[in-house]
Design a protein around this ligand. Structure first.
Ligand SMILES: *[C@@H]1O[C@H](CO)[C@@H](O)[C@H](O)[C@H]1NC(C)=O
Ligand SMILES: *[C@@H]1O[C@H](CO)[C@@H](O)[C@H](O)[C@H]1NC(C)=O
Ligand SMILES: *[C@@H]1O[C@H](CO)[C@@H](O)[C@H](O)[C@H]1NC(C)=O
Ligand SMILES: *[C@@H]1O[C@H](CO)[C@@H](O)[C@H](O)[C@H]1NC(C)=O
Length: 350
């Protein structure tokens, strides 16, 4: 008996680390296609129909483009916005026409200077490919109904189209969703939640509230830092273009099994099966899938949930699926340390 006991103990000793290693391992690996030599903070991605990616930076007023299929991937300038320091969310709202959040931004904690925030429209000519850019919505000091939030500050972050003229935008400080009309220039409050508010504690490891936003199947799906939540709210266009919002639903808290101090939910993207892939700081891509019973289950799809291995996913800021031939299963990821990463989601790594 003592021998068997010792034997099983020995087995446990060697099996346990293996089991732990497997359960902690992410299902998909990432390939770094590009690393900025200056660690330029890359902030958001939009994939064009021609498979090129448009990339914004929170540290530069230049909109970049990359061809992720190139042998050697480089960032090339598309347009540099005047009188600004940073770009945040980008989204396509008409074929090859993109909305971009342009502002004077200070980082740590991220704040866009009041009066400097403008949503621009950037259009690519279908025949010549020529770029034209024009300011569409000048964002004023927004009405802030969440009185617990820092006042007199904004951070329009993730944006997503509700229609071919109206863009929804997450405001990460007051904790609200706004609608921006790219034709009339109007700004409308859609809804707000105490769960979306930024912290007023400047030394807290997670600063921003609502961050990522994706309009999908009639809902604005959102991620929120501070409280680390994934949720949705039904939003629709009513008569005379009024905007109607349902109740704010929390779908699931974002797991933090390693109690990582700086875990913070960022941008998200939907795959064809309806799974939501989310960039989560400091080093993880989380996949949320709806189970048959309706609840949302999550797994670490790529990166390191413990926040220790920062080599490949060092501060994931945005995710977008590629477009075009052999691109639709590739998840592109940007990081705040200047990485562009490709994750092939069509086959797992083991
Ligand atoms: C915004 O940044 C631009 C570019 O650095 C600068 O010229 C401008 O004065 C800034 N505006 C404000 C209001 O800070
Ligand atoms: C730059 O932005 C400021 C407000 O932020 C504005 O007063 C000024 O007119 C702008 N300058 C240009 C050249 O657009
Ligand atoms: C602010 O955040 C820091 C870092 O997490 C924490 O140590 C401190 O207690 C917080 N302060 C308040 C007033 O909550
Ligand atoms: C729903 O299904 C998931 C996946 O099978 C399971 O993990 C979860 O416990 C279920 N939830 C309920 C409330 O039954």
């Amino acid at each position: 008996m003592p021998k068997i006991h010792a034997d099983s103990k020995l087995k446990m000793k060697y099996l346990c680390p293996l089991i732990l290693a497997l359960s902690a391992a992410a299902e998909y690996s990432g390939t770094v296609l590009y690393q900025s030599p200056t660690n330029l903070w890359l902030e958001n991605i939009a994939a064009r129909a021609n498979s090129h990616l448009l990339i914004t930076s929170a540290e530069s007023p230049t909109l970049y483009t990359v061809d992720p299929r190139a042998q050697s991937v480089t960032l090339n300038e598309v347009f540099t916005f005047p009188n600004a320091t940073a770009l945040m969310g980008i989204t396509e709202y008409k074929p090859d026409v993109f909305a971009v959040v342009v502002s004077n931004l200070t980082l740590g904690p991220p704040r866009e200077a009041l009066g400097t925030v403008v949503i621009w429209s950037v259009a690519f000519d279908a025949k010549t490919g020529a770029v034209s850019a024009s300011p569409a919505v000048s964002v004023p000091l927004l009405p802030n109904s969440n009185t617990a939030a820092p006042q007199n500050a904004i951070c329009i972050n993730g944006i997503s189209p509700l229609s071919s003229t109206v863009i929804l935008g997450a405001e990460s400080v007051s904790g609200a969703i706004y609608a921006f009309d790219m034709v009339s220039g109007s700004v409308t409050s859609v809804t707000s939640s105490p769960q979306w508010i930024a912290t007023t504690n400047a030394s807290a490891p997670v600063q921003l509230g609502i961050n990522g936003l994706k309009y999908h199947d009639g809902y604005a799906y959102w991620s929120a830092g501070v409280e680390e939540l994934f949720g949705r709210v039904r939003v629709s266009l009513g008569h005379h273009d009024t905007i109607e919002a349902g109740v704010v639903e929390v779908l699931t808290p974002i797991d933090n099994p390693y109690t990582v101090a700086g875990q913070s939910a960022d941008d998200l993207a939907f795959d064809r099966a309806g799974g939501a892939w989310m960039a989560v700081h400091p080093s993880e891509i989380v996949l949320f899938e709806q189970a048959a019973n309706g609840s949302w289950v999550q797994q670490t799809a790529a990166g390191d949930a413990s926040g220790i291995d920062l080599t490949t996913f060092n501060g994931p800021s945005a995710v977008a699926f590629g477009r075009g031939e052999e691109q639709e299963g590739i998840l592109y990821v940007t990081t705040k340390t200047g990485q562009l990463i490709a994750v092939d989601t069509t086959g797992s790594t083991y």
